[in-house]
Design a protein around this ligand. Structure first.
Ligand SMILES: *Cc1c(COP(=O)(O)O)cnc(C)c1O
Length: 392
């Protein structure tokens, strides 16, 4: 076993060597511009992009014409939300989303509020799930878009997207989902789930950074979006700019591998995750954040009460995890997701996210359990608050 151990796969994943192999020729000899129609260099690049579209389409159950390549999920979120807002303004200006979304969605909605949009931010319960009745009462004939993430990046909770989509459609609104953490990890099918637009990215599924896609439904209904980047009219006018062929090839290959390996890999990861989690939950004053059933197989978010996450991470030598907190210049802000669950600051600031991945081994999990619990014990033994708790 080699140190450090990488358990931050929700932030990014390593590139699978098989993905790199697929990409390599497109970084060297097959360097053509997919928009060059007059020679073989261009045709080869275009064929590669077409193959990637098919690989993606097979993973998510759409057609190849419904894929728009972007620079990642942030851009796809922007394109989907702003693109729908601009196109459907005649129908209404209301958008519904959720407090626990990624900043790529929240900040895009905030931007649209400045331009005249009305945005409802639904709250979640203490386990991270939205209330469908609240969605029903927030939605109206003015609502053009309901955008709710598939699986949360910090706590892994899966929203009931199928039910959410049905409610949106019943009121004539479109349903979009940021499925960045779910695509490639669990079965996601745009038809079965009723998804009209969907953002995802390669670097969370063992592909390269800087490439992602927006799925845009073409039938029942035909969804229209307004381009946010204008230029040569690439991607049927919806996203101009020379295609990032090596990245796109990588995204396609990553999707193919995920499709073929998802069942076994999901079972393997949830077993390892459960082993890790149950060791923590058996320890005094350690709590899981988020619903235990409806969630991704590879994430566990645990609050180690009476310990500061920042200090704990430093004490967990050789293990790369994340606290979910955002460090601003002066103070450490607890994550907006954990706050939305109603966690008090002391629990939010004691939270560590463990994100397992394709290259995580059982040996690494055993080491992580041991090292983390030793660090927790050590920090608590130095803590006056812990001492006070023990005396009561
Ligand atoms: C990582 C992530 C993003 C951003 O993806 P990029 O490709 O890095 O822009 C957006 N949404 C969620 C849920 C994510 O986990």
């Amino acid at each position: 076993m080699e140190l450090p151990i990488y358990l931050d796969n929700n932030a990014t994943t390593p590139l699978d060597p098989r993905v790199l192999d697929a990409m390599m020729p497109y970084l060297t000899s097959k360097f053509g511009n997919a928009a060059s129609r007059s020679h073989a260099f261009g045709w080869i690049a275009e064929e590669a992009a077409d193959l990637a579209r098919e690989q993606i389409a097979r993973l998510i159950g759409c057609t190849d014409k419904e894929i728009i390549f972007t620079s990642g999920a942030t851009e796809a979120d922007n394109l989907g939300i702003k693109g729908v807002y601009e196109t459907y303004q005649e129908k209404g200006n209301h958008i519904i989303t959720v407090n626990t979304e990624h900043k790529a969605v929240l900040d895009t909605c905030k931007h649209l509020e400045k331009l005249g949009a009305r945005v409802t931010y639904l709250e979640v319960d203490s386990e991270g799930l939205i209330n469908l009745a609240e969605l029903e009462s927030a939605i109206s004939s003015e609502t053009i878009l309901v955008t709710v993430m598939y699986g949360n990046n910090e706590i892994g909770v899966l929203q009931p997207v199928k039910e959410i989509a049905a409610i949106a459609h019943r009121h004539g609104a479109l349903f979009m989902t940021d499925a960045t953490q779910a695509v490639g990890k669990i079965p996601v099918n745009v038809d079965e789930d009723g998804i009209d637009l969907m953002a995802f990215t390669a670097h969370k599924m063992y592909g390269p950074k800087g490439v992602g896609a927006l799925y845009v439904r073409r039938k029942n209904p035909r969804v229209k979006i307004t381009a946010q980047i204008d230029g040569g009219g690439h991607e049927r006018g919806m996203r101009s700019g020379t295609l990032n062929i090596p990245g796109i090839v990588g995204l396609g290959k990553a999707c193919e591998l995920c499709r073929l390996e998802m069942d076994n890999e999901g079972a393997r990861l949830s077993k390892l995750r459960n082993k890790l989690e149950s060791a923590f939950l058996q320890t005094e004053e350690c709590y899981r954040n988020g619903n235990a059933e409806q969630r991704l197989p590879h994430v566990s978010n645990i609050s180690f009460k009476y310990v500061e996450a920042e200090g704990l991470m430093m004490a967990m030598k050789g293990i790369a995890v994340s606290s979910g907190s955002a460090c601003t210049s002066a103070s450490i802000e607890p994550s907006h997701v954990l706050k939305s669950l109603g966690l008090p600051d002391n629990l939010a600031q004691a939270a560590i996210r463990f994100g397992l991945g394709r290259f995580t081994t059982e040996e690494e999990i055993d080491y992580t359990i041991e090292t983390t619990l030793r660090a927790v014990e050590q920090l608590r033994s130095l803590s006056p608050v812990w001492e006070m708790y023990k005396e009561i």
